[in-house]
Design a protein around this ligand. Structure first.
Ligand code: GCU
Length: 423
C-alpha cells in the first residue's frame, strides 16, 4: 500500500517537472530552437522578388492576406463614420500652449451604436500639423491633469490604485499616466497628439458580444468566424476610422500621421500600419509576441501562451500555431516589412524579457531587405546595439534601460526620428 503511495507521489512530481519544463517561458539563448526564417523577398511558391513592382503586386498582398486570415483576422465589412461631434474645444490648453479638442465619432449599423472620443492636442498658430495617434489603457483623462478631459464611461479593467473599481473609470485616475505622454515636448516639436481610450472600440476582455465586432454578425452569429477579427484588428480598425476623421480635419496633416502603441497596443499599431497604408509611420513600443518579436524564437511569451491568456486578441485560426511555430510560413519581420517603405520604429526595454528584445531587434533587421528594395536604409548591423544607443534609419530600433513602460527617453527618440523621416 505504502509503496503504491510513493509511486503515486513520484509520478506526480515527475509529471509536474515535465509540465514545468514544457510550460515555463524560455529566456536562455542556448535553448532557442533552430528555425529557418522565411525570406520576405521570396514568394510562398519559392520565387525570388527582385522589384518593388513584384513586391507590391505579388508578395506584399500574399503576406498581408496570410496575416489577415491566420493571425489578426479579417474585418468582415465596411462601416464609415456616421457623424462626428466636437464635444469640447479650447485654444488655451496646457497653460496656453496648445489647442485641445475632444471629438466624438459615432458609428451606426442597424440597431447598433458605437462612439469613441478622440482627444487631440495641437500646436497653436500653425496650419496643418503632423500627428502622433495612439490608444491609451485607462482613458483619455489619464494622459494629462486637465480637468476638462471627459472621463469615458466604457468598461475598464479594475485597477484599484488608479481608482478603477467595478469596471468604471473615475476622477481619481486623472493624470495618472501623464508620465507616459510628454505632450508638451510633442507640441514644442511641432507635433499634435491624438489619443483614444481603446476600451471604447472593444473592451479588452474575453467577451465577443461587446465592442465593434457584433455589428457585423449575421443571423445568430455569436462570435467572429475563424478568419475574422480579434480585438487587435478591432482596435486597428478604430485607428483607421480616426484616420478617416483626420482626413476631414483642416488642422491635421493627414499625410503625416504616425501611429504609436505600447505593448498590446504596439501590436495594434503595427497591424494598423501594415493594413492601412495611409499611416505615414509606425512606432511599436515593447510590443513583444504577436507584435515585433519573432514567434519562431519562442523566447518569453509564445503563441501558445498568448492564445491561452488572451484568446480573443487574434482570430481563432491563430490557435493552429500554438506550440506549432514551425508550421508558420511567415514571421513578424514580415509584418514589419508590410509597412515598407514607410518609416517604422521598433523599441525594446532591457528588463522586458517577456517581450524578447532580441527577437524584436531581429525582426527589424530581417524586415530591412524590403526597405532596401525601395532604396531605404533599414537596420544594417547584425548585432544588437548597446542599451540607450538608438539606430535611427527608416527602420529604427532601440533598447533602453528599464522595464516594460513608455518613458521620456522613448519619446525623445521618436520625436527626433520623426523629425528626420516624417516631418
Ligand atoms: C501581457 C501580454 C503581452 C502584452 C502585455 C501588455 O503581458 O502577455 O502580450 O503586450 O500584457 O499589453 O501590457
Amino acid at each position: 500500500m505504502m509503496s503504491r503511495y510513493f509511486l503515486f507521489i513520484f509520478l506526480f512530481f515527475l509529471f509536474q517537472d515535465f509540465a514545468f519544463a514544457q510550460y515555463t517561458p524560455n529566456y536562455d539563448e542556448s535553448k532557442v530552437p533552430v528555425f529557418k526564417l522565411p525570406d520576405p523577398l521570396k514568394t510562398f511558391n519559392g520565387k525570388k522578388v527582385k522589384s518593388v513592382k513584384k513586391w507590391e503586386t505579388k508578395r506584399r498582398p500574399e503576406l498581408l492576406d496570410f496575416f489577415t486570415q491566420n493571425m489578426y483576422g479579417e474585418v468582415p465589412g465596411e462601416l464609415k463614420i456616421t457623424s462626428y461631434d466636437v464635444l469640447e474645444q479650447s485654444n488655451n490648453a496646457l497653460n496656453g500652449k496648445a489647442i485641445r479638442k475632444q471629438i466624438d465619432l459615432s458609428f451606426r449599423k442597424d440597431n447598433n451604436l458605437l462612439d469613441f472620443t478622440i482627444l487631440m492636442y495641437l500646436p497653436k498658430n500653425t496650419e496643418k500639423v503632423p500627428l502622433f495617434l495612439a490608444y491609451n489603457f485607462y482613458g483619455n483623462h489619464t494622459i494629462t491633469n486637465e480637468a476638462d478631459i471627459i472621463i469615458s464611461e466604457a468598461w475598464a479593467a479594475d485597477y484599484p490604485s488608479f481608482g478603477i473599481i467595478n469596471n468604471q473609470l473615475t476622477e481619481q485616475s486623472r493624470g495618472v499616466r501623464a508620465n507616459r505622454w510628454p505632450v508638451e515636448k510633442m507640441i514644442d516639436a511641432g507635433y499634435g497628439l491624438a489619443v483614444i481610450y481603446y476600451g471604447e472600440v472593444d473592451p479588452d476582455k474575453d467577451d465577443l458580444s461587446d465592442g465593434i465586432q457584433p455589428f457585423f454578425y449575421v443571423d445568430d452569429q455569436q462570435q467572429p468566424a475563424d478568419n475574422e477579427w480579434g480585438s487587435i484588428a478591432a482596435w486597428a480598425w478604430g485607428l483607421s476610422r480616426a484616420m478617416d476623421y483626420f482626413e476631414m480635419d483642416e488642422q491635421v496633416d493627414a499625410s503625416k500621421v504616425i501611429v504609436f502603441g505600447h505593448s498590446r497596443l504596439g501590436k495594434t499599431s503595427l497591424w494598423a500600419g501594415a493594413s492601412d497604408t495611409r499611416f505615414a509611420g509606425v512606432i511599436s513600443n515593447n510590443s513583444g509576441c504577436g507584435g515585433a518579436a519573432l514567434s519562431k524564437r519562442r523566447v518569453g511569451e509564445t503563441i501558445w501562451r498568448i492564445n491561452r491568456s488572451f484568446p480573443y486578441w487574434f482570430c481563432p485560426n491563430f490557435k493552429n500555431y500554438s506550440k506549432n511555430e514551425e508550421a508558420l510560413p511567415v514571421d513578424q519581420h514580415e509584418l514589419i516589412a508590410l509597412i515598407a517603405p514607410r518609416p517604422v520604429y521598433v523599441a525594446s526595454a532591457e528588463e522586458d524579457q517577456w517581450a524578447d528584445p532580441k527577437g524584436e531587434f531581429l525582426a527589424a533587421l530581417y524586415a530591412s531587405p524590403v526597405y532596401k528594395l525601395y532604396g531605404k536604409k533599414g537596420i544594417t548591423q547584425n548585432e544588437m546595439p548597446e542599451v540607450n544607443q538608438p539606430i535611427q534609419n527608416t527602420v529604427a530600433y532601440h533598447i533602453r534601460t528599464g522595464k516594460h513602460d513608455v518613458t521620456d527617453f522613448d519619446w525623445e527618440q521618436y520625436i527626433k526620428w520623426a523629425n528626420t523621416f516624417i516631418k
